[in-house]
Design a protein around this ligand. Structure first.
Ligand SMILES: [Fe+2]
Length: 314
């Protein structure tokens, strides 16, 4: 694990990789770092970014046309549903985000051949809004430290990977973390009632009701309501949602910042993290590219560290 071409670690939270270290990476080294719960950080983004004119277009020309808080390219429909704009503007945004997605995907499959096996490629998004002081509800707020529970329907224990680039030319993007899922589970699992002896159902296996729900939602999806699958769930995903909500709602956790570490990501730096593994909050910053992937639990090289295994056995 400590091969000379590994990055330099800051307090076990964040590991930085210089361009030279990236060029000499052993296959799967980055994936193992992610699975151990490290934020993998690139002071210089390891992939080519959209040109300055395209970045300026994303930063300056989209804000007035937003339907949602993000502009997201969806590969499954080859479209950007969040943009309400004229065809030329939509087409340009789509082209930029799609090209960026292809570069991120090529980098990840090259450096992490095992962890990316059978993955599902999610959205390629641009976040145009200043994170600080957005006044969202607690459950939607990025400013409160949390771990992610599956955002696009049930994961059944699969992992959530996000790859970020700060494309603000002058302002840092500021994060906070309070450690990894295993650390937080050991400290707060019982209080959050997610341990097998405190949660409603000890088993994470899907029951008859889960199968019934999934069957019903599949029928709806088959008759033209694909978004029905987004409200599907599983015992594992409900437990993760419960922990996510505990972290944002419970004052004893929410307001105790004693274990918090602040991280500043400078302009044009990049970082990636398993967001179901590492607690995080986005405290400040504007303009980021964010690519989301669902990784198979079966493709993990260190599955004993994954939340599913920990929740199953502890
Ligand atoms: Fe999150």
């Amino acid at each position: 694990m400590n091969a000379p071409n590994n990055g330099s670690t800051l307090g076990g939270v964040l590991t930085s990789y210089s361009p030279d270290q990236v060029s000499r990476l052993v296959p799967d080294a980055l994936g193992d770092a992610l699975e151990r719960g490290e934020i993998v950080h690139f002071p210089r983004c390891p992939i080519e970014l959209p040109g300055e004119a395209d970045l300026k277009f994303l930063r300056d020309d989209l804000a007035a046309h937003l339907r949602n808080k993000n502009v997201s390219y969806h590969p499954e429909t080859d479209s950007i549903p969040g943009l309400k704009s004229d065809p030329a503007r939509t087409e340009r945004a789509q082209k930029i985000l799609k090209q960026h997605a292809a570069r991120v995907e090529a980098f990840l499959t090259r450096t992490m051949p095992t962890l990316t096996r059978d993955w599902t490629i999610g959205t390629s998004s641009f976040r145009p809004i200043q994170e600080k002081g957005r006044n969202l509800s607690a459950h939607a707020s990025n400013e409160l430290v949390h771990i992610d529970a599956g955002a696009y329907g049930p994961t059944y224990g699969d992992r959530v990977l996000r790859f970020f680039v700060n494309v603000n030319p002058i302002e840092d993007r500021v994060w906070a973390t309070r450690g990894t899922f295993p650390q937080l589970y050991a400290r707060f699992g019982r209080a959050a009632r997610i341990t097998p002896d405190t949660r409603r159902h000890a088993s994470l296996e899907r029951g008859a009701l889960d199968n019934l729900r999934t069957g019903f939602l599949r029928t709806l999806a088959a008759v033209g309501l694909p978004q029905a699958m987004l409200i599907d769930s599983s015992p594992y995903d409900r437990v993760m949602r419960q922990f996510h909500n505990y972290m944002k709602d419970e004052p004893a956790f929410r307001d105790d910042t004693s274990s918090e570490v602040e991280i500043r990501f400078t302009p044009f730096s990049a970082w990636m993290v398993l967001t179901d593994m590492v607690s995080h909050a986005s405290l400040a910053g504007q303009y980021a590219l964010v690519n989301t992937f669902q990784l198979r639990l079966a493709s993990c090289r260190l599955p004993e560290l994954a939340p599913y295994r920990i929740l199953s056995t502890a």
